[in-house]
Every structure is written in structure tokens, then in C-alpha cells.
Design a protein around this ligand. Structure first.
Ligand code: GLP
Length: 241
């Protein structure tokens, strides 16, 4: 595990963006696994800056997002489709046809999950999977459980996740209760993984995920088994390491 701690969040954003941008510079057909949440916003901003400076083109790249809420219209302000457009896709030349997110409104969600996995398979391996982490150690929307699921699947969100994500909605009752997420197996299949952890409120889970036992109680702890894991942390998140 390659662990990098930053005093300055701008430097962390630059380091994260550099990893994505240099991958696409050397492999223009790279397959990117992308994440949402507050954590990657600054990294996407920096990627967009690099694109606008003419340093990189995404026109041949492909992306797969980790997850999407079930039942939220695609153009809802808090859907992950909207998030990705706002923070990245509207500002770079990645063709919309190459950018994939699970369809949270599919008539048959299980068929949608299987189709999403098949699509990823057809693209070959994900070259770089970007990840944030939930306070309970979830990655994507893979919540702590006795068993974790390998492929893309429908999940019922944990109470803690609903509370954490309520900040984006008018009330907790408006947070969708279910989501479609790539599974732990799909995440671990990526060639390289870039996990980003920010903030004092993530210090405890950072410690458990990175140095604690490997357990399905902390889905992110399974990342310890990945041969090419880079973790970017700000000083506050790294406090207990
Ligand atoms: C969300 C997403 C995750 C994200 C996590 C943390 O619910 N499904 O992909 O990593 O929770 O979010 P944040 O970065 O806002 O703390």
C-alpha cells in the first residue's frame, strides 16, 4: 500500500488528478472507475483544469461509475448522473456514450446489474478505480455485512449512510433507501485503486480500514489485499495512523 499524507488539500487534489491524468496521457483508451461524494470533487476540479490547459484528452477513454440511487430521476439534482455531469463530464471531452453509470430507474434492476457487469467485462479491466469511503467503511455503496457481494447489485442503504447523505436532500426522508452499486469483487478486480480519505471525521474509519483486521464489517478493509493500492489522506484523516 502506498500511503500519502497531505497538509494541504490543494496538493492532495493535484496528486489525485495527476494520477488520473498521467494514466490517460500514457493510455488514452484507459478505463476509469469513478466515484461520487464530497471527497473527489476537488480532484475532478483539478482534472478539468488540466484538460482545459490542453494537457490531456479523454475522447478515447471509458468510465464506469460505482453507483447510483434507485428511483431518483436521472436529472434529479442529487442523482449521481447529475453529479458526474456537473463535476466532470460537462467540462471534459469524454464522450457521453463512453461514460457509464448504473441505471437506477431500470424496470428490472437485477437485469440492469448483470448488464452493467457484462459491459465492464467487455471493456476489459478497469485501469484505475477511484474511491471515497463512508464513515462505516462502505466503498461504493457496499455496506458492512456478514457477506459482501461480488458483482453489481441492489443494496438497501444503512441508516448511517442515509444520515450522512441527508445533507444533500431537504430531509432524511427524501434520501433514496436503495442504490445500485458495483460489488467488492468488481472493485478489487481493478488494476490499480486510488482511495481518498479526507477530514477528522474519517480518521477512525481510516485507521480501521487501513490497519485493522480485514473484515466484511469494514468493507474498505478488503482493499488491504489489493496489490496496487494508493491512499491519499489529508492530515486530519491520517491522525490515528
Ligand atoms: C457515498 C458514496 C460513496 C462515497 C461515500 C463518502 O454515499 N456512495 O461512493 O465514497 O458515500 O462520501 P463523502 O465523500 O461525501 O464523504
Amino acid at each position: 500500500m502506498n500511503l500519502l499524507v497531505f497538509d494541504d488539500n490543494e496538493k492532495l487534489n493535484e496528486a489525485g488528478a495527476n494520477i488520473i491524468v498521467s494514466l490517460v496521457q500514457t493510455n488514452p483508451r484507459a478505463v476509469l472507475g469513478l466515484a461520487t461524494g464530497g471527497t473527489p470533487v476537488g480532484i475532478y476540479e483539478q482534472v478539468v483544469r488540466n484538460y482545459k490547459q490542453g494537457l490531456v484528452s479523454f475522447r478515447n477513454a471509458v468510465s464506469y461509475n460505482l453507483d447510483e440511487y434507485v428511483g431518483l430521476p436521472e436529472d434529479h439534482p442529487e442523482s449521481y448522473h447529475t453529479y458526474m455531469r456537473q463535476h466532470l463530464f460537462d467540462h471534459i471531452d469524454l464522450p457521453w456514450a463512453n461514460a457509464h453509470l448504473p441505471n437506477g430507474n431500470a424496470a428490472d434492476p437485477d437485469a440492469e446489474c448483470a448488464a452493467y457487469d457484462e459491459m465492464i467485462e467487455r471493456s476489459g479491466q478497469i485501469d484505475l478505480q477511484l474511491l471515497g469511503i463512508g464513515h462505516n467503511g462502505h466503498i461504493g455503496f457496499n455496506e458492512p455485512d456478514t457477506d459482501l457481494v461480488r458483482g453489481t447489485h441492489v443494496v438497501t442503504l444503512a441508516e448511517e449512510t442515509l444520515k450522512a447523505n441527508a445533507r444533500y436532500f431537504d430531509s432524511i426522508d427524501d434520501v433514496p433507501k436503495r442504490a445500485i452499486t458495483m460489488g467488492i469483487g468488481s472493485i478489487l478486480k481493478a488494476k490499480t485503486i486510488l482511495l481518498v480519505i479526507r477530514g477528522a471525521d474519517k480518521a477512525e474509519i481510516a485507521k480501521r480500514a487501513l490497519t485493522g483486521p480485514i473484515t466484511t464489517d469494514v468493507p474498505a478493509s478488503l482493499l488491504q489485499t489489493h496489490p496496487r493500492l494508493t491512499v491519499l489522506l489529508d492530515r486530519a484523516a491520517a491522525r490515528l495512523l
